[in-house]
Design a protein around this ligand. Structure first.
Ligand SMILES: Nc1ncnc2c1ncn2[C@@H]1O[C@H](COP(=O)(O)OP(=O)(O)OP(=O)(O)O)[C@@H](O)[C@H]1O
Ligand SMILES: [Mg+2]
Length: 447
């Protein structure tokens, strides 16, 4: 896929010559005579770079720059000017412009500048060729994740993904698989936390007929189902120590024996493991085997929480809004800048999954073509507190705990203490919500 470039210039000659230069280099180019017309299309176009003239007919290029940066803070912008002064360049840089191009244009300079901004923003842009690319985000953290995915997809080595709930661990596992040589072979996943202890071995390794009461047929386990392909061991830290030992042995020997069986079955699976528990902490607490961790952790991928990459929030809002509109055949809608701003302040404990749920609700519930702050507040049941709240003077960890506790209590009340509904709203799994309720010492009966 070629990088897309948008050009805003009121001078037709400039537009066309830039187009020619860039198309010759394989870029896809879109031209606009005014900032307004481009702004309307930006969401749809999602360019990798934008060229913007400083002096436009009836428009101030710097104003347009400000407007665009507000909505797409990470989009690289190169300003074009016929009468560049140092003051102007400084001012534009302060407002977020990434570079400056002077008229008359020289082919070499144009290409140097575009290469430079693309490389700063995305050092591996030419190497990363992900076919299946749904991991939305331009932040440095997400670019790193994309690099790791590309690297992992090229090989068969084991990958260990760590991140909070809803950060996209499963999505990443699927992207690695879909971009790997094993893409035509099975992808099998198993959520180790969701399966009762006495069933997990049979789930993983299968069982022979009569292996235990109730084993009326031979059953093929997940490892065997994934043979030749990829096995995604989700929530691996929730596996018991004895099962971990067996998984380790299967990985080392590359063969398994079904429960109650004697036959050794050779297996060839690529393992991707994930957890939302800090694995090093789990090792310290004796809940996770260190030797298994080192076996699995050949390529580590750490998924950043959404609150640590707020630059991606506008892109994600936009992405899920479009998807919801399309899926439900709703009339087109956009978020206002103020709404985007407010949603960027929120700390998203349920990460991308929570954001996705919130956008879906807002898209469906808002009977307006503009989703504004009031809709956002209403849609979130006033959960989002604006910043001028009283300062409680807690350290960060306690403050976060306090916030989470209050937030979950409010949500529980909002959904009549129904765990499934509350979990869905918060964007987390039921089991995880149960754990949270316990660890935060929330007494449901007393609510
Ligand atoms: N960067 C992203 N771009 C687009 N969609 C995303 C992104 N990250 C997550 N999602 C979407 O958010 C939802 C949650 O992601 P996913 O299930 O992969 O998270 P997870 O880390 O496995 O969560 P959990 O720990 O709760 O299992 C999915 O619908 C996924 O497609
Ligand atoms: Mg998951």
């Amino acid at each position: 896929m070629n990088a897309k470039v948008c050009i805003i210039d009121d001078d037709k000659n400039v537009r066309n010559s830039l187009k020619e230069i860039l198309e010759d280099e394989g870029y896809e180019v879109q031209l606009y005579a005014s900032g307004k017309s481009c702004l309307k299309q930006l969401e749809k176009e999602r360019p990798s770079v934008l060229f913007l003239d400083v002096w436009l007919n009836n428009e101030d290029g710097l104003e347009i720059l400000k407007e665009i940066k507000k909505i797409y803070p990470t989009l690289p912008i190169i300003m074009i000017s016929g009468h560049a002064t140092i003051e102007l360049a400084v001012q534009a840089t302060k407002m977020g412009a990434d570079d400056f191009l002077e008229k008359p244009l020289s082919i070499q300079t144009v290409l140097e500048k575009i290469d430079k901004v693309l490389q700063i923003k995305n050092p591996q842009i030419k190497e990363i060729q992900l076919e299946y690319d749904e991991l939305i985000g331009n932040s440095e953290q997400i670019l790193k994740v994309k690099q790791a995915i590309a690297q992992a997809a090229k090989t068969n080595v084991r990958v260990f993904i760590y991140g909070e709930n809803g950060t996209g661990k499963e999505l990443v596992a699927r992207m690695i698989y879909k971009n790997s040589e094993r893409k035509d072979k099975p992808f099998v996943d198993i959520n180790c936390a969701a399966i009762p202890e006495d069933l997990i071995e049979s789930e993983l390794f299968g069982h022979e007929k009569g292996a235990f009461t109730g084993a009326i047929e031979r059953r093929i386990g997940k490892f065997e189902q994934a043979n030749g392909g990829t096995l995604f061991l989700d929530e691996i830290c929730d596996m018991s120590l004895s099962t971990q030992a067996k998984v380790l042995r299967v990985i080392e020997e590359q063969q398994l024996t079904r429960v109650g069986g004697t036959e050794k079955i050779a297996i060839d699976v690529r393992i991707i493991a994930a957890t939302n528990i800090d694995p090093l902490q789990a090792i310290k607490e004796g809940k996770f085997r260190e030797d298994l961790y080192y076996r699995l952790n050949v390529i580590p991928i750490i998924m950043p929480p959404l609150r640590e990459r707020i630059a991606d929030i506008p892109l994600l809002l936009d992405h899920f809004l479009k998807k919801t509109i399309e899926a439900n055949q709703l009339e087109p809608k956009v978020f206002t800048s103020a709404a985007i701003e407010l949603l960027s302040q929120y700390n998203w404990p349920g990460n991308v999954r929570e954001l996705k749920n919130v956008v879906e609700r807002l898209a469906i519930l808002t009977n307006d073509t503009k989703i504004d702050v009031d809709h956002v507040r209403e849609g979130l049941f006033n959960f989002i507190q604006e910043k001028e709240e009283d300062f409680p003077g807690l350290d960060l960890r306690s403050a976060r705990r306090e916030f989470e506790k209050n937030y979950i209590i409010k949500a529980l009340k909002q959904f009549d203490k129904n765990i499934s509904k509350t979990a869905k709203f918060l964007g987390m799994e039921r089991t995880h919500l149960h754990k949270k309720i316990k660890s935060l010492n929330i007494k449901i009966d007393e609510l």
